[in-house]
Design a protein around this ligand. Structure first.
Ligand code: PGA
Length: 253
């Protein structure tokens, strides 16, 4: 079984001080030891999250990074800078980055490569828009995104995490149903097993993201997911801790 992960994506929310308060509260909660809990704050709050990570038994993640190691790239943040703040995971190709900031499949691929070279774990985000789903293009879109992002060896591929996040389910309260989630997980797992080996495909955690909350986590956990990428429902530390516990219970971890 792949490692189980619950990842909080705060997006553009919380200052340094608010992040410190969050981590103090999270440290009072009992997080399930069988699940790797990852907090992805904005860059400016990484220091506060890193300072509180050990006490709360969580890991530090970033929401983005540059595709270059260093240089004249005003406003960018490199993998080396993230590593200095004890970051372990980095989201790559989140749909908001793709649609609002013009992140192409090619840029996503470059980021995945650079992160692997830096020994950081890329969390590769994939997903179709509503229009693509309605046009029966979900499989084609997921295959294209996987093809583009994974010109990797089997060894490299076994070091990534994949998050399936249908764009129409992000921040909309419209969670994908069990059938849709299961079909996407099977498609991605099958793609990985065909391209690499069954063992590599099994080793890669595949998460679901898109309006995950306390009300739907138990039914989502019945699908073959290895965890969740959580936006809105991760902003309150007690709620997020509850969510991780509910996931562990539902998965019988
Ligand atoms: P949401 O966001 O849980 O608020 O839908 C998920 C994400 O964008 O990663």
């Amino acid at each position: 079984m792949a490692q189980q992960l619950m990842i909080a994506n705060w997006k553009m929310n919380k200052t340094h001080d608010q992040a410190k308060d969050y981590m103090d509260i999270l440290a009072q909660e009992r997080l399930p030891s069988q699940v790797e809990v990852v907090i992805c704050p904005p860059f400016t709050a990484l220091g506060a999250v890193a300072a509180g990570a050990k006490a709360s038994l969580s890991m530090v993640g970033a929401q983005n990074c540059s595709w270059a190691a260093s240089g004249a790239l005003t406003g960018e943040i490199s993998p080396e800078m993230l590593m200095a703040l004890t970051v372990k995971y980095v989201l790559v190709g989140h749909s908001e980055r793709r649609s609002l900031f013009g992140e192409s499949d090619d840029i996503v691929a470059r980021k995945v490569q650079l992160l692997l070279q830096s020994a950081l774990i890329p969390v590769l985000c994939l997903g179709e828009t509503e229009q693509e789903r309605d046009g029966n293009l979900t499989e084609e879109v997921l295959r294209r995104q996987l093809d583009a992002a994974l010109p990797l060896t089997s060894d490299e591929a076994s070091k990534i995490v994949i998050a399936y996040e249908p764009v129409w389910a992000i921040g909309t309260s419209r969670t994908a149903n069990g059938e849709q989630v299961t079909a996407a997980m099977q498609l991605i797992r099958h793609y990985l097993a065909t391209k690499y080996t069954a063992a590599t495909a099994e080793a890669i955690p595949i998460l679901y993201g898109g309006s995950v909350n306390l009300g739907n986590i138990a039914s989502l956990a019945e699908c073959p997911i290895d965890g969740a990428l959580v936006g809105g429902a991760s902003l309150n530390p007690q709620d997020f801790a509850n969510l991780t516990r509910s996931f562990a219970v539902a998965k019988e971890l």
